[in-house]
Design a protein around this ligand. Structure first.
Ligand SMILES: *[C@@H]1O[C@H](CO)[C@@H](O)[C@H](O)[C@H]1NC(C)=O
Ligand SMILES: *[C@@H]1O[C@H](CO)[C@@H](O)[C@H](O)[C@H]1NC(C)=O
Ligand SMILES: *[C@@H]1O[C@H](CO)[C@@H](O)[C@H](O)[C@H]1NC(C)=O
Length: 282
């Protein structure tokens, strides 16, 4: 009886809220702990479990600090888990202005909005989600980013201006998505890029321009695509390149790793049949 009555109050309250035009707000509850992080060392962290956020809903982050003298300003690491969050709530960056590391693996992300307050963010992990595309200027304000990881999403479209202003980015992981083509300017802003993973996509061809600004690249992973043709100079400006993985493609099925010989010469031999087929015929 009491339970039934409670249920009635809750239900009526919910519908009253919806009818008066208020979108029901969602709450994420932080558990604040000192977390040992491989990149940041021992840092003050907020861990959020069982959060739900659908499109257009508001999100509030709550939870008491465990001791006096601890503040939101001190939080550098936030992790969501066991949650269903359709987009990254900007509230995360408003509440924790010094956030450097955000982990959102397997939490149902669908929409990737701009991150206007993510000015201190260095690492963003968003693997195993359902993101389908990136629009222009997505990371314009997240200029401190060093690592971005979107493995195992559904990404098929990347705007040519998606990565503008990411001049400090060192690692970009886009493996196991649905990328069939890339605009030749897409990676232009990434002048510090060292590791690029595009394995497990549907790329067919690599043009000369695609990697021309990425002179610091050390590892390029392009295995398990549908590559038919590669421009003969596509990798020639990468002086530190030591690992080029291309197995599982149409024109090549081996990887090239550094050995005693001149690496660029090795690439020229290994990739001969890809180079000869450039430009690819439809
Ligand atoms: C976290 O570390 C700070 C300083 O290193 C310490 O004062 C605090 O008690 C620790 N808090 C917890 C919950 O372990
Ligand atoms: C997550 O939420 C979306 C709506 O935003 C819903 O369609 C989906 O079924 C939910 N997934 C899970 C695993 O609950
Ligand atoms: C991003 O880069 C563009 C072009 O280089 C520049 O005009 C813009 O001011 C930059 N944005 C920010 C937030 O610094």
């Amino acid at each position: 009886m009491v339970l039934k009555f409670l249920f009635l109050i809750v239900t009526v309250g919910y519908y009253a809220n919806v009818e008066s035009g208020h979108v029901p707000g969602r709450e994420g509850k932080c558990e604040f702990i000192n977390e040992s992080n491989s990149m940041l060392g021992n840092v003050y962290s907020c861990k959020i479990k069982n959060a739900v956020l659908h499109k257009d809903e508001k999100f509030t982050i709550t939870g008491p600090h465990p001791s006096k003298g601890r503040r939101d300003m001190g939080v550098k690491f936030v992790e969501f888990s066991s949650s269903n969050i359709s987009r990254i709530p900007n509230q995360v960056f408003r509440k924790f202005p010094n956030l450097e590391y955000l982990s959102m693996n397997g939490v149902g992300l669908r929409i990737f909005n701009e991150l206007p307050h993510a000015t201190e963010l260095k690492v963003l992990l968003a693997n195993n989600n359902q993101i389908t595309k990136f629009d222009a200027n997505t990371f314009e304000y997240a200029k401190a980013l060093m690592i971005l990881s979107f493995r195992k999403n559904q990404i098929s479209t990347i705007d040519a201006k998606t990565f503008i202003n990411l001049s400090h980015l060192e690692d970009l992981y886009l493996s196991d998505n649905k990328i069939a083509a890339l605009h030749m300017n897409t990676f232009n802003p990434l002048i510090s890029l060292q590791i690029l993973s595009l394995s497990g996509n549907q790329l067919q061809s690599i043009d000369l321009e695609l990697f021309q600004s990425n002179r610091q690249l050390r590892e390029v992973l392009l295995y398990d695509n549908k590559l038919k043709a590669i421009h003969p100079q596509a990798f020639s400006n990468m002086e530190s390149l030591f690992n080029l993985e291309l197995h599982g493609n149409e024109c090549i099925d081996i990887d090239s790793r550094i050995d005693e010989d001149d690496f660029q010469e090795k690439i020229n031999n290994d990739l001969k049949s890809c180079f000869e087929k450039y430009p690819a015929k439809e």
